[in-house]
Design a protein around this ligand. Structure first.
Ligand code: HEM
Ligand SMILES: *[C@@H]1O[C@H](CO)[C@@H](O)[C@H](O)[C@H]1NC(C)=O
Ligand SMILES: *[C@@H]1O[C@H](CO)[C@@H](O)[C@H](O)[C@H]1NC(C)=O
Ligand SMILES: *[C@@H]1O[C@H](CO)[C@@H](O)[C@H](O)[C@H]1NC(C)=O
Length: 319
């Protein structure tokens, strides 16, 4: 393009380049329509086959996008393996022995590299896979804006500080999301993700044995699978009612003190978000609309665009 190639530019061209530069920093739903028209269906088909082999993978792919976006934006930094130059995000407290789906993204990426080499970013694959996962499990759809590029680095420190922990209080959850530009309302809507997927015993043991705001019947049902010591990696569904169906059961569970994580139950614990939990519990349409809108906002967190970053050939490595 003239903006990059000519070293001497008249003023009007500089102005034009500035305007185009501004425009190119925006993501667009049609980003790959000419450069890789098969991109969206390739990703959808990779997600569908992974979710039909194992329904939980839909939950894992949704969480992968969240943990990418909360650490220096949606730039696929979470997918980078450790190198001599940096320690990546995979061993962060919230990710180690917990984040899943790396192989599903690798498979999708290798199909895309055959059909459209060097075109589709890993960060965009994560954003589309999150949407397609929610749809595959019966949740809402939304238009994914595209054109993110991939980072050339990752940060273990930022992953450890920016991804919220299940021990947080309501006010700390609100702060954690507000640090990324979200309202408390968006935080509650996004937490509805816990209507699908599983948590390890280690993520809720303290709550199970030390807190009294957990439903007694529910606690008893968890005891065998999550003993007071050992069994750290034993799994329990975040939503016992319908763990592979994206519905509003998560909010109904909170109303009967059956939130699995401390952070879940904090959303319905006599505080400022109780009313919203009641609304989502009685009105699933309101929940899914708010959720889909908040996912678009999450996908817009600090994308690399224009000439920043790169399109990785292998999502696990810088080119
Ligand atoms: C509100 C603050 C949040 C906290 C404290 C939190 C914490 C957690 C924890 C501790 C687990 C279980 C991990 C394990 O034991 O291996 C989990 C699972 C999960 N989280 Fe969150 N999360 C939060 C918000 C979100 C958001 C915003 C999303 C997506 C937009 C999300 C999606 C998921 C999904 C789908 C799972 C299940 C993953 C699977 O089964 O592989 N979470 N979360
Ligand atoms: C480390 O950084 C240097 C300088 O940017 C780069 O040339 C090298 O390829 C990087 N090594 C790895 C393993 O990424
Ligand atoms: C990550 O998990 C592995 C396997 O359990 C463990 O050996 C390692 O110490 C953990 N790393 C960190 C940083 O916690
Ligand atoms: C505990 O859960 C049961 C259903 O399993 C429900 O009937 C009961 O109301 C709940 N208790 C509280 C205090 O919400």
């Amino acid at each position: 393009m003239a903006c990059e190639s000519s070293s001497v530019k008249p003023v009007y061209l500089l102005l034009l380049c500035f305007l185009l530069g501004t425009a190119s920093a925006q993501l667009s739903s049609t980003f790959y329509s000419k450069s890789c028209p098969s991109a969206l269906r390739t990703i959808k088909s990779g997600v569908s086959s992974a979710v039909s082999s194992e329904a939980r993978m839909g939950a894992s792919l949704l969480r992968l996008h969240f943990h990418d976006c909360f650490v220096n934006g949606c730039d696929a930094s979470i997918l980078l393996d450790d190198t001599t130059n940096f320690t990546g995000e995979k061993t962060a407290g919230a990710n180690n022995n917990s984040i899943r789906g790396y192989e599903v993204i690798d498979t999708i990426k290798s199909h895309l590299e055959s059909s459209c080499p060097g075109v589709v970013s890993c960060a965009d694959i994560l954003a589309i896979a999150a949407r397609d996962s929610v749809v595959a499990l019966g949740g809402p759809s939304w238009t994914v804006l595209l054109g993110r590029r991939d980072s050339t680095t990752a940060s273990l420190t930022d992953a450890n500080s920016d991804i919220p922990a299940p021990t947080l209080s309501l006010s700390d959850l609100i702060t954690s999301f507000s640090n990324k530009g979200f309202t408390a309302k968006e935080m509650v809507a996004l937490s509805g993700s816990h209507t699908i997927g599983q948590a390890r015993c280690t993520s809720f043991r303290t709550r199970l044995y030390n807190e009294n705001d957990i439903n007694a019947t529910f606690a008893t049902s968890l005891n065998a699978n999550c003993p007071s010591s050992g069994g750290d990696n034993n799994l329990s569904p975040l939503d016992t009612t319908s763990p592979t169906y994206f519905d509003n059961a998560y909010f109904k569970n909170l109303q009967t003190q059956k939130g699995l994580l401390h952070s879940d139950q904090q959303l319905f614990s006599g505080g400022s978000t109780d009313a919203q939990v009641n609304t989502y519990s009685s009105n699933s349409a309101t929940f899914v609309t708010d959720f889909a809108n908040a996912m678009v906002t999450m996908g817009n967190l600090s994308p690399l665009t224009g000439s920043s970053g790169q399109i990785r050939k292998n999502c696990r490595k810088v080119n």
